[in-house]
Design a protein around this ligand. Sequence first.
Ligand SMILES: [Zn+2]
Length: 309
Amino acid sequence: MNDKIVRVMLLMFIIGVAVLGPRVSLGWAQIASPPPADHPEVTVHGRKFTPRSILARNMGTPEDQTAQFPPHKIIGNLYYVGTRTLSSFLIVTSQGNILINSTYERNVHTIEKSVEQLGFKFSDIEILLGTHAHGDHQEGDALIKQLTGAQMMAMAEDVPALQAITPGGKEHPIDKTLHDGETVTLGGTTLTAHLTPGHTRGCTTWTMRAKESGKNYNVVIGCSLRPPATLTPEVVAEFSHSFPLVRSLACDVPLGDHPAQYNLEEKYAKLQKGVRNPFIDPDGCTYEVDIEETMFHALLDEQQKAGGH
Ligand SMILES: [Zn+2]
């Protein structure tokens, strides 16, 4: 190839990048994290879902991920302090408070505002927990730790994935490693960590008891059960353990790491009318697992057909 041709090609390349640059880089960003497929489609409790629609339901718009949802009491000493589509839960005790899910780092000050609007002190957060090692749930851990000095505890199987979440180069704080069935107790409230893997290796479903009007209620804070696009034998084995386990938990108050998993908007609207506590919803306890388990089997069928089995 002669020199002149090389120079002309180089010039065309530079012009191409200058003109198409933004579009080219958008293309690459989409290739880097493609949206999930719009198939298979399943119908659960009269509603249609695809992998893409479930992700869209969970995440909403970028604005939904950061906009404060009105902070409110759920039941007993348990409060909601998250955004419109990313849950964050506060458990208030006489010995200090527990926060579950810091969400994105950019949301930490919104969570702080919500805690204070409820009349509590952000600096009283003594223990920081999470549901699973994805940035939309636990990216803010280092900043929460920095601002409150809370002790961060994580399920052992999620530790490697958490260590890879280092916003601004900040090391992920992990003060204590937990194992399936271990409990975390503060000021008379005990949370139990149930290993429910599949979505991540250490996905943690938290259970606790909350008291209201002299009655005890079983609260289940679910970890995402959304299957990934490709189901490896390992992931299939994990979900095969997690679906029946989640169904077996004693449950009166179902919650989840995305508000859509437990119909927060609808329940919050009822809460405003104030007849009875809408979060006490035993019939809703299998709502999310029904959707995800049905989708899991549809994906597995699709994958097995494509593989010629
Ligand atoms: Zn996730």
